[in-house]
Write a protein that binds this ligand. Structure first.
Ligand code: IDP
Length: 135
């Protein structure tokens, strides 16, 4: 079943030159890019994007991080795109992420984990409407 997911290469991934690496893995998996843009993130967008974490102790730090430099935002589509990209990304904490996953291969700190991918069909719809209205 074809579906869409919102993927971000976060500021750490962009500054480390990993945008091409992430896109390459997405394309090698057989997923397709439906939208792609390098952009600076407004605080209001970051707050809405991470609204579910508003009560967490790391929320303010997460907002500062995600607004600290450009992100590469993309809509990725294909069969089971949400689960397929979460598999490519690896689990949230890079120390636990499998070798061969993006986080497992390129990150070591939980906040600076290179990529974001929507975690459900509801989140994907909400996030795509937020980042790419009308796409
Ligand atoms: P996910 O990105 O794997 O879906 P979430 O639990 O939704 O993980 O967390 C969102 C983002 O918040 C993570 O990708 C990471 O950048 C950051 N984060 C999660 N847990 C922590 C933490 O304990 N300390 C600092 N940052 C965290």
């Amino acid at each position: 079943m074809s579906e869409r997911t919102l993927v971000l290469v976060k500021p750490d991934g962009v500054s480390r030159g990993l945008v091409g690496e992430v896109i390459s893995r997405i394309e090698r998996k057989g997923l397709k890019l439906a939208a792609l843009e390098l952009r600076n993130v407004e605080r209001s967008v970051a707050e809405q994007h991470y609204a579910e974490h508003a009560s967490k102790p790391f929320f303010e730090s997460l907002l500062e991080f995600i607004t600290s430099g450009p992100v590469a935002a993309m809509v990725v589509e294909g069969d089971n795109a949400i689960a397929a990209f979460r598999q490519l990304a690896g689990v949230t904490n890079p120390v636990q992420a499998a070798n061969g996953s993006i986080r497992g291969d390129f990150a070591i700190e939980v906040q600076y984990n290179i990529v974001h991918g929507s975690d459900s069909t509801e989140s994907a719809k909400r996030e795509i409407d937020l980042w790419f209205p009308g796409v």
